[in-house]
Design a protein around this ligand. Structure first.
Ligand SMILES: Cc1cc2nc3c(=O)[nH]c(=O)nc-3n(C[C@H](O)[C@H](O)[C@H](O)COP(=O)(O)OP(=O)(O)OC[C@H]3O[C@@H](n4cnc5c(N)ncnc54)[C@H](O)[C@@H]3O)c2cc1C
Length: 457
């Protein structure tokens, strides 16, 4: 109540949503399945309350999807192939999560509790590029232009509607005046309520000193903007968990996993994939395999917390009720694909883009690359560094009218996401045909990197 009345500060980053009584777990055992962030949070909170916890983790590392790849990291595919990262020292790639929104109070709270240093992650940039074949002759346009020209056209239309009495039922005469005043500001309209372009959209001739007046760009045509349908790209950062301020741990997202892991020494049993879940009269019995020896084993506990993805859980031999099994079976996961490589910092050097995400129209995600530090050192050798499983698209990079283009032949997605140097990140439901990504990037420009078919997890 005090908080909602504004009389008491709302805690900005709350470390824990559970408040277990000290020693309430004494003498009780818990087996936790999976040492991702969820499993480790559970173990950390229970351990503080005195529970005796064991985490069974299939891999030889903690963190799960929270995984940062650096020089020397070995990436093993489920098809048996493997690749070792050869990034320059100090470079890294967040293969899974890469950003922490301000709204993620709990994980930010753990960062505060464990002293994990955070830095701002630049999630959007008005200089980022949006590309659609039908707009501007197919040449990418800056986000600032799409946003402000769209806004200008909408403001002009609304002003016309107001003046043609089309909104008289909704607006009083006073409202109408105030609305027009707002629209002139919102859309940067002329005094007679027309959108004739705006310096907010950028310049065709930049302003200089003294009498060198800048010449704003001509506005993009409204019909072309409507046709291009770049709305997802334009409004991406309006999503609640995409809004500034966005954070990332200094040195890689896995610093959060490391912070948990170091506090859970002796609790996590690595390379111990769970194979069976059974309920017993006293609690649970979990069957597992020890990957190092190949032998099977079991562990009994008073209770079990499953922190494995449902896509894995449904493959485990478990005595769940039919309803529960159906629910797991029905859960669908989205697909993602992320690629990183090293290259010179073309997005900064050629396009003056510092942070953010660029997009292509009619894809669920678009293109770009960024890094939180700017003016980093040059890397000439392009190498694909990571293949994150799942579905993806046939893509080919090409230089198009002097600009970087990312082309997809299947009707969806592709986001070249901000990574530590550069990267690709695809989301989409369509499976990739094997070998479709075995295409060279432009070696003369980005080095001998090759896009390769993903593994499947
Ligand atoms: C590409 C990508 C980008 C993302 N970006 C963001 C982002 O920017 N911000 C954000 O907040 N979130 C992001 N997410 C989501 C975030 O990564 C996940 O929500 C979070 O990491 C899930 O943690 P978890 O512990 O629930 O699961 P997981 O991290 O999947 O952990 C499950 C653990 O179970 C283990 N396991 C699997 N099978 C077995 C078995 N049989 N026996 C024992 N152990 C097993 C796995 O090895 C793993 O360690 C992203 C996810 C992906 C994939």
């Amino acid at each position: 109540m005090m908080q909602s009345l504004g009389l008491l500060a709302i805690p900005a980053a709350k470390a824990s949503t559970v408040a277990l009584q000290e020693n309430s777990g004494k003498g009780k055992t818990v087996v936790i399945l999976g040492a991702g962030i969820a499993g480790m949070v559970a173990a950390w909170e229970l351990k503080k309350a005195g529970y005796n916890c064991t985490i069974l983790e299939a891999r030889n590392r903690a963190g799960g999807r929270n995984w940062t790849i650096r020089n020397g990291t070995r990436v093993e595919m489920t098809d048996g192939t493997a690749e070792t990262c050869q990034f320059a020292d100090g470079h890294y790639f967040n293969a899974g999560p890469a950003r922490l929104p301000s709204a993620h109070h709990t994980i930010l709270g753990y960062c505060r509790e464990f002293g994990v240093p955070l830095e701002v992650e630049v999630n959007s940039s008005r200089s980022a590029l949006l590309q659609c074949d039908s707009l501007n002759g197919g040449k990418p346009v800056e986000q600032r232009q799409v946003m402000n020209d769209t806004r200008g056209h909408v403001a002009e239309l609304l002003a016309k509607s107001v003046n043609k009495q089309a909104l008289d039922e909704a607006l009083t005469n006073e409202d109408k005046e105030r609305m027009l005043e707002f629209l002139r500001k919102y859309g940067d309209l002329s005094p007679d309520n027309f959108y004739k372009g705006s310096a907010r959209s950028g310049y065709k001739t930049n302003p200089g000193a003294a009498d060198q007046v800048g010449v704003p760009r001509d506005p993009l045509d409204m019909h072309a903007l409507l046709n291009a349908s770049l709305w997802e790209a334009m409004l991406f950062e309006e999503m609640y968990d995409m809004q500034a301020t966005m954070f990332q741990p200094v040195g890689g997202m896995d610093q959060i996993a490391v912070a948990f892991e170091t506090r859970l020494t002796g609790v996590i049993r690595f390379e111990t994939p769970v194979e069976q879940i059974r309920q017993t009269p006293k609690g649970v019995r979990i069957g597992y395999r020890d990957r190092k020896t190949g032998s099977a084993g079991t562990i009994e506990a008073d209770c079990c917390i499953c922190a494995m993805p449902l896509s894995i859980l449904k493959t485990i031999d478990a005595d769940f009720s039919p309803d529960f099994k159906n629910a797991i079976e029905g859960a669908k996961y989205d697909s993602a694909y992320k690629i990183a490589w090293e290259s010179r910092r073309f997005w900064e050097q050629d396009y003056s883009i510092y942070g953010g995400i660029s997009f292509q129209a009619n894809r669920r995600r678009g293109l770009v690359s960024q890094r939180k530090t700017f003016f980093g050192k040059r890397r000439d050798r392009g190498r694909i560094r990571h293949r994150e499983q799942h579905t993806h698209r046939q893509i080919e990079f090409r230089r198009k009218t002097g600009r970087l283009a990312c082309r997809h032949r299947t009707p969806a997605s592709g986001l070249l996401e901000r990574t530590d140097q550069a990267g690709l990140y695809f989301l989409g439901p369509h499976p990739l045909q094997p070998g479709l990504l075995d295409r060279p990037l432009r070696p003369e420009r980005y080095g001998p990197a090759r896009l390769r078919a993903p593994h499947r997890a």
